[in-house]
Design a protein around this ligand. Structure first.
Ligand code: SF4
Ligand code: SF4
Length: 506
């Protein structure tokens, strides 16, 4: 597939593309097979009465998530969101305009849940839920990375990502699941992480890492696993355990803990920060995955929970862990209460690894040789879920300032990308929201176009040769798509990769 995919030519930004109807109609992810569906308790194939089941599920979601109903009712078709989605900008397919993506569901909602739609369907743009419509949902709700960029520009704050999540949840309820996300969720339930890396393999990897760091730095930095009584439980995306450049950030976290004299551990049971339950919009899956972290924290007796570099994981931790499973605050069941009394409330629970590192830097607890990063001219890519769906530290906008402060503390050369493409207006990497799968490579390459254009501009202007980010999906996506745009794949890396290069260990 890689050889047939072609990247569009880089342009000056911003440019609204010409409309290309159905340009991406044939691009869809593989459907989950019976085994995958069964493993997570979903119908194994499209149920016979799928239409009734889908409409019943839709009614259920409209009652449960009032935001979905508000979003379906509130749109005035002003058009402000139309050119804000990277997938529309990269493909020209009109169904990748956020408002059109919403209308795929809004039309069915009007037909079956509103009086005008029942009486005068044609007048209000209402449609029956047919098999063709269901297929269209599968295609275009799997061409949205749930990045929420469009919501920033909508005068009503309509969040297309929530419509996408509802669409995927309905599809799962009728047995029309997406292979990539559902298979990963099954692996987390069975093994503990997205990659299916069992405990012994994890232990081996960490031992190897200790040897590598000792050889490189001459210092015995530890990467502990399942260490009861450690102060900190680090929960990080499993890609950090082996993938490049992710592992460089894991090395960096260990060096920070070592230099600050903090005791910490990883868990073989909760060896995944990512939570694909959010991508498929399923509360039960989201909670079940998050519960593993609560159980590991209780078992290990830790005082703090820190989350590694992963965008959507941080959104789940920051925004949902409290009410989902009572980490830090929220739920009131006995295990949640026990954990809340166990955790040290002098610290934010959970805390992002960048927050921890920046706090240590501010207190003068870490020292750096910034020149060690002088071969790098750095820019920072804000990851969607961090930028638009979370915070960091105690100050508003900390999710923007803290990673940048760290970079400036450890590297001498830093430049920003164009202002309309960073902070809350950042462009998605093109691979988020459960789309990081090879059969969607065409969509991923085209969806990366706006970010690649901004990167190209700062590379031309300031000679940038390194794009730092704090998301495992962004790292994996950019590693894959950068070469399509003429950049080197190792141009992307983590903020803690930069920390790792410059930190003094003794
Ligand atoms: S949430 Fe992101 S990917 Fe989805 S429609 Fe909006 S801008 Fe596009
Ligand atoms: S910006 Fe908001 S109100 Fe306007 S078309 Fe888009 S979703 Fe509808």
């Amino acid at each position: 597939m890689a050889t047939t995919v072609q990247a569009p030519a880089l342009r000056q930004i911003p440019i609204v593309p010409a409309i290309k109807p159905e340009a991406m109609a044939a691009v869809r992810p593989y459907q989950a097979n019976e085994k995958i569906q069964e493993a997570i308790g979903f119908p194994v194939k499209l149920v016979d009465d799928w239409k009734e089941v889908a409409l019943a599920k839709m009614g259920d979601l409209l009652g449960k998530y009032r935001s979905v109903q508000v979003f379906l009712d509130a749109c005035v078709h002003c058009g402000a969101c139309t050119d804000k989605c990277h997938y529309f900008l990269g493909t020209g397919d009109p169904l990748n305009m956020p408002v059109a993506r919403q209308d795929l569901m809004r039309s069915v909602y009007r037909r079956h849940f509103t009086l005008p739609g029942k009486l005068f369907p044609k007048l209000v743009g209402a449609r029956e839920l047919t098999r063709e419509v269901l297929d269209q949902w599968y295609t275009y709700y799997n061409q949205c990375s749930e990045c929420r960029r469009c919501s920033v520009f909508c005068p009503y704050g309509i969040d297309t990502a929530e419509i996408t999540m509802a669409g995927r949840e309905i599809l799962d309820a009728v047995g029309y699941g997406q292979k990539y996300s559902n298979e990963i969720i099954g692996k987390v339930h069975r093994i503990g992480n997205n990659l299916g890396l069992p405990g012994p393999a994890l232990a081996n990897t960490l031992e190897g890492l200790e040897e590598d760091v000792l050889e490189e730095s001459g210092v015995a930095v530890r990467y502990p696993l399942d260490q009861k009584g450690a102060e900190i439980l680090l929960v990080t995306p499993s890609a950090d355990f082996f993938a490049e450049p992710h592992i460089e950030s894991l090395i960096g976290y260990g060096k920070v803990f070592h230099a600050a004299g903090l005791s910490w551990t990883l868990s073989s049971y909760a060896s995944e920060a990512g939570n694909f339950g959010m991508f498929i919009g399923n509360y039960e899956q989201l909670r079940k995955i998050a519960l593993r972290i609560r159980e590991a924290a209780l078992e290990l007796g830790v005082k703090r929970i820190v989350v590694g570099e992963c965008g959507h994981a941080w959104r789940v931790a920051y925004s949902f862990w409290n009410t989902l499973v009572g980490i830090g605050a929220g739920a009131a069941d006995p295990y949640a209460v026990q954990l809340q009394s166990q955790l040290d409330q002098r610290y934010r629970q959970p805390m992002h690894i960048c927050e921890l590192t920046w706090d240590l830097i501010e207190r003068g607890a870490l020292r750096f040789d910034k020149e060690a990063n002088d071969h790098r001219i750095v820019t920072f890519h804000d990851s969607c879920n961090v930028a638009r769906a979370s915070g960091m530290g105690s100050d508003p906008g900390g999710q923007f300032t803290i990673p940048r402060n760290i970079i400036r503390a450890v590297a001498n050369n830093y430049f920003e990308m164009e202002s309309g493409t960073t902070h809350e207006r950042t462009f998605c990497c093109g691979g988020g929201g459960g789309l990081l799968t090879d059969e969607l490579l065409d969509l991923r390459v085209k969806g990366a176009l706006p970010r690649m254009e901004a990167l190209n501009a700062v590379a031309q202007r300031n000679g940038v040769n390194f794009m730092a980010t704090i998301c495992a999906i962004c790292k994996a996506q950019f590693t894959k798509v950068l070469p399509y745009y003429g950049f080197k794949m190792d141009m992307v890396g983590g903020v803690h990769q930069l920390v790792s290069t410059a930190i003094r260990l003794s």
